[in-house]
Design a protein around this ligand. Structure first.
Ligand code: F6R
Length: 607
């Protein structure tokens, strides 16, 4: 959610931190701020609500030379979006940035206020600043003050603290992402909530375990020292060479990242099969298929969960392995029945989603093997699972997930193949490669018809609400289509099983309600009957279904025919591309901020 970047070194720290923050801004963009030590060794702070651009504007004419800086992009949890609540927070020559939630903030706040602390903001984060300054005022060393303060806060958080008095940065975390890095050539040390912020800057990364204190100082021989909760040196961190490159993070010819990412899908599909069937990924795919569990507990959030529903369909259809898909936020608190021989399967783009991580931990604690289908190599989920299948979607910047959904579902199909003996059979791999290639080709063709979807979007974008309906394998993509529209166009939309509408929601149908009917070749007649029921109540019908179908064309106010031939089980992934483009163009007509929709953040690291 919130993005954190910190730097110590001879280069311009503010510039480096701003560069890191700009890479993370798509994750949270309510406000941004930096604090740094200037050439007179004095702590400066600049922060501004709104996007990073506003902060950059504030810094534009300032003449500073910083050798130490921490910065933050905020996704608000406690306290409204304004300059005061923006991070960093500063008092007594100490400044802090925070990602996460301090669950006992309100009781600590009362206690500290009673002791005379004058809170400036409404944030939970400032509580940690108050604790640190209290401990320092009591005469403790910086390290001890950090450790003692951290013991008092509950919940999942990462803190980075800059201390002007000793010219050092310390950070600590529990259940929230944090990575440190060094570049020995230029004697630089870094800290961030995301390794991507450090790509091309740090050559070596360190992922500290929970409660490990990271001490960044130019005086340290190693640039960073690590301490356990008792203050003793520790090696409780995972170390890895930085292999991430910044990659192309511009929109190129596209107006939005979301549109660019929709367009990237055919190529990504081709390279996914190449990697897993004919390249270096084959071994990891085989490994993922070695353990055949008696049941899969599939756990994920949002779009990743809907991809999980498709993965369930593959695993049950091809492997006859029972699957229990569940939203991670529910699974983690439901005391699910977890038994020996079963497996936890977690799906995530970021690999940092708090609820998904908690679901994984629950499975590990119950001695289940855990497997992830994940995009970010080296993410917390990746590190915590026994095994991982990377979806290889590249960085996804648009907050609305598009290409990650497609790659997650397809990787699930690869997993289902890996769980059979067929994977070892070159002919089977070639057959599935051909099917994936066909999907890529058909998506290319769909994208070339974007103008038709745009025309439909123009006519329907002002309707009051949308019901996305589908049956069987199209139900998960009805849910996903509705989610896409809600999040980027801010229109009320529901995904429903087509046969379920008459059990209540049909009461909402009138001439201002659009039914986006996802009609596959399977259960065609039954789905058409459901459309008839909506039509009879004057609902506006947009059907997306088999091409050249007169019945559908006649029944529908808008009809978008597509060619499912040869796609079989991949058909829902195909039809979902129309959902993506439809949501995109409706949002465009609505004039919303498509890549950074209000209230959202790309990576949800709080529960
Ligand atoms: C919607 C969207 C979210 C994410 C969800 C899980 O477009 O992107 O619903 O799918 O927050 O995130 P990850 O996949 O990072 O675990």
């Amino acid at each position: 959610m919130c993005g954190i970047v910190g730097h110590i070194g001879p280069k311009d720290s503010v510039e480096i931190v701003l560069e890191g923050l700009s890479r993370l801004e798509y994750r949270g963009y309510d406000s941004a701020g930096v604090s740094f030590i200037d050439e007179n060794d004095s702590l400066q702070i600049y922060k501004k609500s709104g996007k990073l651009e506003n902060l950059k504007g504030l810094l534009k004419d300032k003449d500073y030379k910083a050798r130490m800086c921490i910065g933050h992009t905020r996704w608000a949890t406690h306290g409204e979006v304004n300059d005061v609540n923006s991070h960093p927070h500063m008092k007594d020559h100490i400044s802090i940035v925070h990602n996460g939630i301090i669950e006992n903030a309100s009781s600590l706040r009362k206690e500290l206020a009673a002791e005379g602390y004058d809170f400036k903001s409404e944030t939970d984060s400032e509580v940690f600043l108050a604790l640190i300054t209290r401990e320092l005022a009591a005469g403790k060393e910086f390290k001890q003050a950090m450790l003692d303060s951290f013991k008092l806060v509950e919940g999942h958080s990462a803190f980075v603290v800059l201390n002007e008095n000793v010219l050092e940065i310390m950070s600590i975390k529990k259940g929230a992402p944090l990575v440190c890095g060094i570049n020995t050539v230029d004697s630089e040390a870094f800290v961030s909530s995301d390794p991507y912020a450090l790509a091309g800057m740090a050559s070596q990364l360190y992922f500290p375990a929970d409660n490990v204190l990271c001490h960044l100082s130019a005086k340290n021989k190693n640039l960073i020292n690590f301490y356990d909760s008792e203050g003793n040196p520790t090696d409780d961190f995972m170390s890895k060479k930085q292999d991430m490159s910044v990659g192309p993070t511009d929109k190129g010819q596209f107006e939005h990242f979301m549109l660019k990412e929709i367009h990237e899908q055919p190529e990504l599909i081709r390279s996914l099969t190449q990697f897993y069937f004919h390249g270096e990924g084959l071994e990891s795919l085989k490994k993922a298929g070695e353990f055949v569990p008696s049941k899969f507990h599939i756990s994920a959030c949002g779009t990743a969960y809907y991809a999980g529903l498709l993965v369930r369909d593959f695993l049950e259809m091809y492997n006859k392995i029972p699957c229990s898909p569940e939203l991670a936020s529910e699974f983690r608190y439901r005391n699910p029945l977890l038994q020996k021989g079963e497996s936890g399967l977690f799906i995530s783009q970021s690999g940092e989603t708090a609820d998904t991580l908690a679901a994984q931990e629950l499975c590990t604690n119950s001695e289940l093997k855990t497997l992830s289908i994940v995009n970010v190599d080296g993410s917390t989920l990746f590190r915590n699972c026994d095994n991982n299948l990377l979806i290889r979607a590249g960085i996804e910047i648009g907050v609305a997930s598009t290409k990650a959904f497609t790659q997650q579902a397809l990787t699930g199909r690869l997993l289902s193949l890996a769980l059979t003996k067929e994977l070892n059979d070159e002919a089977s791999r070639v057959k599935l490669t051909a099917k994936f290639s066909l999907l890529a080709e058909k998506i290319d063709h769909l994208i070339s018809r974007s103008e038709e979807i745009k025309v439909i979007a123009e006519s329907i974008h002002n309707h009051k609400g949308f019901f996305y309906t589908g049956r069987g394998v199209y139900f998960p993509v009805a849910l996903e289509g509705a989610l896409k529209l809600k999040e980027i166009a801010y229109v009320h939309a529901e995904g429903y099983a087509a046969g379920e509408l008459k059990h209540g929601p049909i009461a909402m149908i009138d001439e201002d309600m659009v039914n986006v009917a996802l009609v596959g070749p399977e259960l065609f007649e039954k789905t058409v009957s459901n459309i008839q029921e909506i039509k009879a109540r004057k609902g506006v019908i947009l059907s997306i279904g088999p091409k050249d179908n007169e019945e559908l064309a006649e029944l529908s106010d808008y009809y978008f025919g597509i060619d499912f031939d040869g796609l079989d089980e991949l058909s829902p992934i195909y039809i979902n591309i129309v959902n993506q483009l439809l949501a995109y163009y409706i949002a465009k007509y609505k004039g919303t901020d498509i890549d950074k929709p209000r209230n959202l953040a790309k990576s949800v690291t709080v529960e």
